[in-house]
Design a protein around this ligand. Structure first.
Ligand code: KMH
Ligand code: ZN
Length: 275
């Protein structure tokens, strides 16, 4: 039996604007409502980017604190901070919010083209972020935008790992990163260490195909406005919860249970929120 399906909502991101997606949550109040609705629809993790008062992406610690508190007050979701931020964010800005000790945080283990820009993650940054996360008992989710990042994660774990649970997220279809080919997921899955868990998300058009394949392979799924704006071609999604509900429906139709936050914590080796 596969584990119950962990559904992550990547509800905000750093790139999308309200002009592109009018239902994008921005403020702590928006995030509280979004988190509660996504939990009711079947999500167990909130992958969190935050925005300033003008709606611009930021790594400001106080903004992260307010957002974290709002989601924790409104839901039991596992909050997973982004340490990737936006491509323009500095290393110092990206590491700062970790001091708030979320249960999880993302860690991208390599540099990748990101459209016409570069998402920069040199080895020293990866090691520094990893050590900081582990010093604060934060469980990393390794963000895999390309296959070499699996090897780089293995190297960091071998050199600095302390036996924590290993969890990965395959992000397929970023322009410049690994596309969703028909063997992408099978290949990446085959390279993971024994006992690891993984989720997958497809950016844009590949989104639903990735969802179906991840569920069928016993993996987990990420969805939300960061990854997909449209519910169907030409039809914007009305909410993150609408996207979550569709994943839950697909899973249940195929006989796969959808995880509660507590079940997700058990699968991921999390001991519970610090607030
Ligand atoms: N916004 C991207 C440049 C993460 O959250 O860890 C990086 C990103 C990855 O979204
Ligand atoms: Zn992100």
């Amino acid at each position: 039996m596969p584990d119950p399906l962990i559904i992550t909502v990547a509800g905000v991101g750093a790139e999308l604007t309200r002009e592109q997606q009018p239902n994008l949550p921005l403020t702590p109040d928006d995030l509280a409502a979004d988190a509660a609705a996504c939990q009711a629809a079947g999500a167990s993790i909130y992958h969190l980017h935050v925005r300033d008062a003008e709606g611009r992406p930021t790594m400001d610690v106080d903004v992260y604190r307010a957002a974290h508190d709002a989601i924790r007050d409104a839901s039991d979701l596992i909050v997973q901070f982004s340490s990737g931020g936006a491509v323009s964010d500095s290393e110092e800005d990206r590491i700062a919010p970790l001091q708030l000790q979320p249960e999880m945080a993302t860690l991208t283990t390599g540099t990748v083209n990101f459209g016409s820009e570069v998402f920069s993650n040199p080895r020293p940054l990866v090691e520094r972020f990893y050590l900081k996360m582990r010093a604060l008992s934060i469980v990393p989710e390794f963000e895999i935008f390309d296959s070499g990042m699996v090897a780089e994660a293995s190297r960091v774990i071998e050199e600095h790992g302390d036996g924590h649970h290993l969890h990965y997220d395959f992000v397929l279809g970023v322009p410049g990163g690994m596309p969703y080919w028909d063997d992408s997921i099978a290949f990446l899955q085959s390279k993971l260490p024994a006992g690891a868990t993984w989720s997958a998300t497809g950016i844009g058009r590949a989104h639903l195909a990735v969802t179906y394949e991840a569920i069928a392979r016993g993996g987990h799924v990420r969805t939300g406005f960061e990854d997909v704006r449209y519910f169907e071609p030409g039809q914007l999604a009305t909410s993150n919860a609408q996207l979550i509900a569709r994943v839950a429906e697909i899973a249940r139709a195929g006989g796969r249970e959808v995880a509660t936050s507590e079940q997700a914590r058990n699968v991921l080796g999390l001991t519970g929120p610090r607030r």
